[in-house]
Design a binder for this molecule. Structure first.
Ligand code: ABU
Length: 367
């Protein structure tokens, strides 16, 4: 077995080692403020909670195992989390919730920057203990790689003071949500630093972080202080009424090229850094589906939640015909990967993975 090296500075350098999540024992957690704000108002998930049906867990695991095998077949080392008992309640002195979420998707929890893997604060109570699913891997990397820095951001208290009460209604309506998103009024307050790792995109020396439901400005400031050698940029996508996680909105494919969700356009002022340096930001193709699969938190825009294996090769979900066609036109070699029946467990091909090792070093793409 090869010894681990932790090293990854961006979203596109050649991938050599990755974590792929598992669907085992995943739960739909009970109602809580930040989670409810993300569940679409017409969703079949409203009012439901409990362990996900076993047949859906089995199917999602079949797809995740297939994806892991595909990556291994291309010479990429794949590690998997060790599921904890997600039926256990999560209780701290500050809150109680009756179940946890799962060990999908790892991208939400683990942020790899160079030789560091940082466990995010998370912003849902049901995800407070989720890092424990990955601790066996972190311990192993710590033993095998003397340069590996295992870091954990300060655990948040997640009291009611972390959430704006006006988001607790399930009848807010899309127009009001868009108005709030444009005003940067999100469900999370500025009580304490909060961030999910999937709100961060890595561009070498620059980290681009979405300010939204799962990451607040204090969380971005915490990242800025934690990574003093990086430039940390806060971005917003005002067209998104449920803004969590940047990776179905803004998808770098290689140096100089980013896909942007056409319904969640990066504002002009925030595009300047890219445009000044000759980067193209192109509209992503439309999703192939009109609605997400059953019991799914995410939008149909998981179509653009792709995993880049190297600057010429990208994994795209196999039913996303328009996205595959666009990738092909952009000069990428496309590997179709069936994953749609696992979307309900927390996301697509980028979400369900976390980088451990990509070739390459820290570059400055925006001098
Ligand atoms: N975890 C990515 C979800 C983003 C979206 O629902 O569009």
């Amino acid at each position: 077995m090869t010894k681990t090296i932790v090293n990854s500075w961006n979203e596109w350098d050649p991938l050599r080692h990755v974590i792929v999540g598992r669907a085992d024992d995943c739960h739909i957690p009970p109602a809580e403020p930040a989670l409810d704000a993300k569940v679409p108002e017409d969703s079949d998930m409203r009012g439901q909670w409990g362990r996900r049906p076993q047949d859906t867990i089995d199917r999602a695991n079949e797809l995740l195992d297939g994806f892991a095998a595909l990556l291994e077949g291309r010479g990429i080392r794949v590690d998997r989390p060790t599921p904890i008992d997600h039926a256990q309640p999560a209780t701290t002195p500050d809150f109680h919730t009756d179940s946890q979420f799962g060990c999908m998707p790892p991208r939400d929890v683990l942020l790899t920057v160079g030789s560091e893997i940082l466990e995010a604060t998370m912003s849902y109570r049901c995800r407070w203990f989720e890092y424990l699913n990955y601790r066996p891997l972190m311990q192993r990397y710590f033993e095998e790689d003397p340069r590996f820095r295992h870091e954990s951001a300060p655990k948040p208290r997640l009291t009611d003071a972390d959430y704006h009460p006006d988001y607790l209604s399930d009848k807010i309506g899309n127009a009001k949500r868009l108005e709030w998103a444009a005003a940067k009024h999100f469900v999370t307050t500025e009580e304490e630093p909060l961030f999910d790792a999937a709100d961060v995109l890595r561009f070498g020396r620059d980290l681009v972080v979405q300010h939204g439901f799962t990451t607040n400005l204090k969380g971005i400031e915490w990242l800025r202080r934690h990574f003093p050698d990086h430039r940390v940029h806060a971005v917003n996508f005002p067209g998104d009424p449920y803004p969590i996680h940047i990776d179905a909105t803004f998808t770098p494919l290689r140096p100089g090229l980013i896909l942007n969700n056409p319904q969640r356009r990066l504002p002009d002022a925030q595009r300047q850094m890219f445009e000044r340096n000759g980067w193209d930001i192109v509209d992503a193709a439309q999703p192939a589906h009109n609605s997400p699969p059953p019991l799914c938190y995410s939008s149909t825009w998981l179509s653009m939640n792709v995993l880049v294996l190297d600057p010429k090769t990208v994994c795209v979900e196999a039913s996303e015909v328009y996205q595959m066609e666009q990738m092909d036109k952009l000069g990428m070699n496309v590997i179709p990967v069936a994953l749609r029946d696992a979307y309900a467990f927390g996301g697509g091909l980028h979400c369900c993975t976390a980088d451990v090792y990509r070739e390459g070093q820290c570059e400055d793409y925006f001098p």
